[in-house]
Design a protein around this ligand. Structure first.
Ligand code: GLN
Length: 485
């Protein structure tokens, strides 16, 4: 078997029994990246030397008995996690040459576990987008059909994994950026509870929504990754102080007694017909596994997009104020004076979508409009969160489509921001409410493109998501399908 096709569990068994060395495994992935990345554009930076050195250390750990389940596992990391001395661009010209002097907690934990970081994956600029077309480094192509988008903003992490240019990847999700690309590329993508994984060293987009998470082929692999990534971090004041369960031990094959809510607002008439059909079939699989379906309502669902597009840009406009051409990042040539330095640095360094968000954000935060927009949005956010709290008194999980349709052609929505924003309509409320959500494949459309479904759990109930997803994957073949490349 080609080692690039192994799951984390299988690879760990191969490495433990010396059927393969970490160096051989890493070399196989680097070779695949050389072959496929020019077509897919999933990586911005490939760290060959760093990866081979990490693989060498992994082999040592297997020899001296200190290996963990992630030791020697080749991983791709979204290019918004700071990696010490390794270029971290956030998909922007602004940071195209930025070499962080420090390590994000996520990448530090991966390294401490012995994982091999292959490189940094492409993304929408500052994680703003749903198609990976706003990247300064060019669009990422969907391995299932290279004329289509892979989703965004973690499009590079999705495409790298779908094309098997990594064994697992790390994404970030502010409004859907792990779950939506996972759905469009046939993967399992987990956005944990807000605060479950440290945001330290993650380049900020909207700080009250941003959350890191794993992208994997299976729920079992996601459980292995989350076990390493989750946990309190004194360097992130919003990280949660709570025990990290052994997510692998809590996986199950049956779902007897599990009550799954089907929120009517997530199945509008406009939902793609094939997606609706796949979700209906999925419900039947879940029933066969012992779960029961309950119709529920989340009445404030329709305010998701407007609420998010006030709060996220507001926070972004504040977070992105630091890119002023002085402290770090891009600086324009020959500024006339300080104002010219600020203006030209930001005009030249940011792309159109980022500028649109900054303008929107500064507008809704301006003193004349603060109450009308920002404060109002905060109140609606509370109502959205309360909808979920109410519904969880009667159900254990919610099941929804992840996206309104399958992967769309490159360019289709590029010049229509509202159409683009609507592609996250089913994922955004999960961030606004701070809940954990997971997307997993549940079918394919007539063109063979993957269809994803989303499970949403109450705060800190990631094990419930992973257990249900694992049971579903034990009974279905969708997560095993791979694109031909
Ligand atoms: N597509 C959404 C946006 O552009 C969400 C992005 C994200 O989750 N990072 O804001």
């Amino acid at each position: 078997m080609d080692p690039t096709q192994l799951s984390l569990v299988q690879a760990h068994a191969w490495l433990s029994s010396r059927q393969i060395s970490a160096r051989e495994l890493t070399a196989a992935f680097l070779e695949r990246i050389d072959r496929l990345n020019p077509r897919i554009n999933a990586y911005i930076t490939v760290d060959r030397e760093g990866a081979m050195a990490a693989a060498q250390r992994a082999d040592d750990r297997f020899r001296n008995g200190t290996a963990t389940p992630l030791t020697g596992i080749p991983i791709g990391v979204k290019d918004l996690f700071c990696t010490e001395n390794l270029t971290t661009t956030c998909g922007s010209k602004m940071l195209a040459r930025f070499r962080p002097p420090y390590e994000s907690t996520v990448t530090r934990k991966l390294k401490e576990a012995g994982a091999v970081i292959l490189g940094k994956t492409n993304m929408d600029e500052f994680a703003m987008g749903s198609s990976n077309e706003t990247s300064f480094f060019g669009p990422v192509r969907n391995p299932w059909d290279t004329e289509r988008i892979p989703g965004g903003s973690s499009g590079g992490s999705a495409a790298a994994l779908a094309a098997r240019m990594a064994m697992a990847t790390i994404g970030s999700d502010t409004g859907g950026s792990i779950r939506q690309p996972a759905a469009l590329t046939g993967l399992t993508g987990l956005k944990p509870t807000y605060g479950r994984i440290s945001r330290f060293g993650m380049i900020a987009f909207a700080s009250s929504l941003d959350q890191a998470g794993p992208m994997t082929w299976t729920a079992e692999d996601a459980a292995i990754m989350l076990r390493v990534l989750a946990g309190h971090d004194p360097k992130d004041s919003t990280s949660i102080q709570a025990e990290v369960p052994d997510y692998v031990n809590t996986l199950v094959n049956r779902l007897d007694g599990l009550r799954i809510g089907i929120p009517e607002e997530y199945f509008p008439d406009s939902l793609d017909r094939e997606t609706r059909h796949a979700l209906e079939e999925a419900q039947q699989v879940l029933r066969d596994l012992g779960a029961s379906m309950v119709s529920v309502s989340l009445p404030h669902t329709r305010y998701a997009i407007p609420t998010y597009y006030i709060i996220a840009p507001a926070e972004a406009s504040s977070n992105l104020a630091r890119y002023d051409g002085i402290r770090f990042g891009y600086r324009c040539e020959d500024p006339k004076d300080l104002k010219d330095l600020y203006t030209r640095t930001r005009s030249e360094g940011f792309g159109a979508e980022v500028k649109r968000r900054i303008m929107l954000g500064t507008y809704v935060l301006s003193s004349g409009y603060y109450d009308a927009y920002y404060r109002k949005a905060q109140k609606v956010r509370r109502l959205i969160a309360r909808d979920f709290q109410d519904v969880y008194t009667g159900v254990d999980l919610l099941l929804t489509p992840t996206t309104p349709g399958t992967a769309f052609p490159l360019g289709e929505k590029k010049d229509d921001p509202v159409a683009m924003y609507l592609s996250d309509i089913f994922t955004i409320n999960v961030n606004l409410a701070g809940l954990p959500g997971l997307s997993l494949p549940c079918g394919r459309d007539h063109q063979g493109l993957p269809i994803g479904m989303q499970l949403i759990a109450p705060v800190l109930k990631e094990e419930r998501l992973l257990a249900a997803a694992h049971a579903f994957q034990s009974a279905t073949p969708w997560h095993q399908r791979k694109p031909e490349l």
